[in-house]
Ligand binder design. Structure first.
Ligand code: 5GP
Ligand code: ZN
Length: 118
């Protein structure tokens, strides 16, 4: 069972913010912004590559609710999902990073010359 499935099953503790039958949101253990939450489907999906439109529809509403819950819906925030090796995905259970609580930097996605990424 993967790490986030263990969090869903409450085998590993997490600081949970919101939960319904299908989705779970909890604080990232290594926050990269003042607010850094992970939103996941409870049912295991490897990554965005495999996710169904139905799950994404539910995820959209869930993320909107989480943003309201932590009061960043007006100040703004960023959603990121890393996909596969080149996307830098470390945990192989679909998750959306919800980052906020400050003005986030932009354009810092590669240490290398961007031309080398084309
Ligand atoms: P990825 O690199 O796969 O997009 O993001 C994985 C995220 O999961 C990272 O931001 C990392 O800090 C977070 N993470 C890894 N292990 C745990 C854990 O046991 N608990 C929580 N709450 N977050 C974790
Ligand atoms: Zn899983």
């Amino acid at each position: 069972m993967c790490l986030f499935c263990k969090i869903v099953n409450k085998e590993i503790p997490a600081n949970i913010i919101a939960e319904n039958d299908d989705f779970l949101a909890f604080h990232d253990i290594n926050p990269k912004a003042p607010i850094h939450i992970l939103a996941i489907p409870k049912k295991h999906v490897d990554s965005f590559i495999e996710v169904s439109p139905t799950t994404m529809a539910g995820m959209t509403s869930f993320i909107q609710e989480v943003a309201k819950e932590v009061k960043i819906e007006k100040s703004g925030y960023r959603i990121i999902t890393n996909i596969g090796e080149n996307g830098g995905q470390e945990v192989k259970h679909l998750h959306f990073h919800i980052l906020g609580g400050t003005k986030l930097a932009w354009g810092h996605f590669s240490d290398a010359d961007p031309k080398n990424n084309l």
